[in-house]
Write a protein that binds this ligand. Structure first.
Ligand SMILES: [Zn+2]
Length: 78
């Protein structure tokens, strides 16, 4: 019986998980923007150039302005 797309993706994910588990992550990239979907960039990450595992990431922070007493105040949302 032929594999369907879900089975094929699960098999490839297992291969990637095994590769990343055995990798010593010797060659690490510079900081780059993690793209969680095409065209959607998130927080900066460093990845292993051999297996693709994210080895470091900067936590995303959000900044927003709040108006208080008629003044704009920069606030950070964690
Ligand atoms: Zn690696």
């Amino acid at each position: 019986m032929r594999e369907n797309i879900t089975q094929m993706q699960a098999r490839h994910q297992k291969e990637i998980d095994d590769l990343q588990a055995k990798c010593k992550h010797n060659k690490i990239s510079k900081w780059m923007d993690y793209m969680w979907a095409i065209g959607h960039f998130g927080y900066p990450v460093k990845v292993c150039e051999f297996c693709g595992k994210i080895v470091k990431q900067k936590k995303p922070t959000m900044e927003a302005y709040e108006i208080k007493d008629g003044k704009e105040i920069l606030i950070k949302i964690k």
